[in-house]
Design a binder for this molecule. Structure first.
Ligand SMILES: Nc1ncnc2c1ncn2[C@@H]1O[C@H](COP(=O)(O)OP(=O)(O)O)[C@@H](O)[C@H]1O
Ligand SMILES: [Mg+2]
Length: 345
């Protein structure tokens, strides 16, 4: 039997949106279970603490490969790349000719984008299995989990103001841990009950609690770094890369997003953010592969707003120009897919 999760979180969040003092004293128990999940048997994974022995990394249950999509910077297109990469992976087949089983986990606790980008922003709260695992939601052939599914929906209603997650580090670490270890990626049962081949993890910007918790607790098979051409993005990317190296997470390569705009009237490439050579120099100096350059395309944003990943259809019905853009995005995603599927083989 499946049970709906999240009512507890909803109540807690209404409490948590009141000023900070109440947060601290609101409920110690919340620190142990910020998502309000049912209690499960077995020891909970340890939170890494300073001055303690390093915690042993564990696999995510029912997931074969974990790929993180990251960047030091916000707004560079991590979530957009993550959902499109996951969709492109799901279009591939295994050597036995069955489609790859792919999931996407949104670890952006304070700014979850996956529900919107996957067309699941109006979805019901997730269910839990009898064993207490959270059941992922599904759309566009992917299983999805996000903090956003556990939050009350945003609304424009003056009587029900929007709620924010107002959490300190320990709560964030614990919530990340629950999202990592308490989602049952085999469920719902009508999806075959098999583990995922690949889980794409969409990280928040920066080198804070979330990325660190993931890197310290979980075996991450590879990280894809997304940047835009500006120096301010590249500075933060370098810090992000340094963190992954420190955590011994292999870096599959860097993607340059918003590299240029292809003008429909003159068909010239316009480098709106200037020369892209600093990106290539940074990659070369760090010894990291460049996986592709993605153009700025209005339809990426427009489709994202409608909850449809850009590369899902090949764009031919919108004309040659649109199809050309999609093929550029698909080519870059294919380079990443090749790297991901080759991992461990
Ligand atoms: N290449 C692109 N062309 C057009 N819009 C883009 C492109 N890349 C990202 N965007 C838009 O930029 C915004 C921020 O992207 P998002 O993926 O949420 O960034 P991040 O996860 O790094 O914060 C979104 O509205 C997205 O649609
Ligand atoms: Mg994001």
């Amino acid at each position: 039997m499946l049970v709906r999760v999240g009512c507890v979180v909803k109540q807690h969040l209404s409490r948590l949106s009141i000023p900070c003092r109440s947060i601290q004293c609101s409920a110690f128990a919340l620190h142990e279970n910020p998502l309000g999940l049912p209690k499960r048997p077995g020891p909970a994974p340890e939170i890494p603490r300073r001055f303690k022995e390093p915690v042993k990394k564990r696999p995510i249950p029912n997931v074969n490969k974990v790929i993180a999509v990251a960047s030091g910077k916000g707004g560079v297109g991590k979530s957009t790349v993550a959902v499109n990469l996951a969709c492109r992976l799901a279009m591939r087949r295994t050597p036995e000719q069955r489609p790859l089983r792919v999931g996407i986990l949104d670890l952006d606790i304070f700014g979850p984008s996956v529900p919107g980008l996957m067309g699941l922003d109006a979805a019901e709260m997730p269910l839990t299995t009898e064993a207490g695992g959270v059941v992922p939601l599904r759309n566009h052939g992917l299983k999805c989990m996000s903090m956003g599914f556990l939050l009350p929906p945003l609304n424009m209603d003056a009587e029900n103001p929007d709620k924010a997650v107002v959490w300190r580090g320990l709560m964030v670490q614990k919530a990340v841990q629950q999202l990592l270890f308490e989602v049952d990626w085999r469920s719902p049962p009508d999806t075959g009950g098999q583990p995922l081949d690949i889980l794409v993890v969409d990280l928040p910007p920066g080198t804070g609690d979330v990325a660190l918790t993931l890197g310290q607790l979980v075996n991450v098979d590879g990280a894809v770094i997304v940047s835009t051409p500006q120096n301010v993005a590249l500075y933060d990317v370098r810090r992000g890369i340094a963190m992954f190296k420190q955590l011994s997470i292999p870096i599959l390569g860097m993607i340059l997003n918003q590299a240029y705009f292809l003008c429909p009237s003159c068909e010239d490439k316009h480098q709106i953010y200037g020369d892209t050579s600093p990106f290539h120099t940074t990659a070369k100096n760090l010894g990291i592969d460049v996986l592709g350059e993605l153009p700025i395309v209005g339809a990426v944003n427009e489709k994202g707003n409608r909850g449809v990943p850009y590369i899902l259809d090949d764009g031919t019905k919108d004309g040659q120009f649109a199809a050309h853009h999609v093929s550029q995005w698909r080519e870059a995603m294919d380079v990443v897919c090749d790297k991901v599927t080759a991992l461990g083989s």
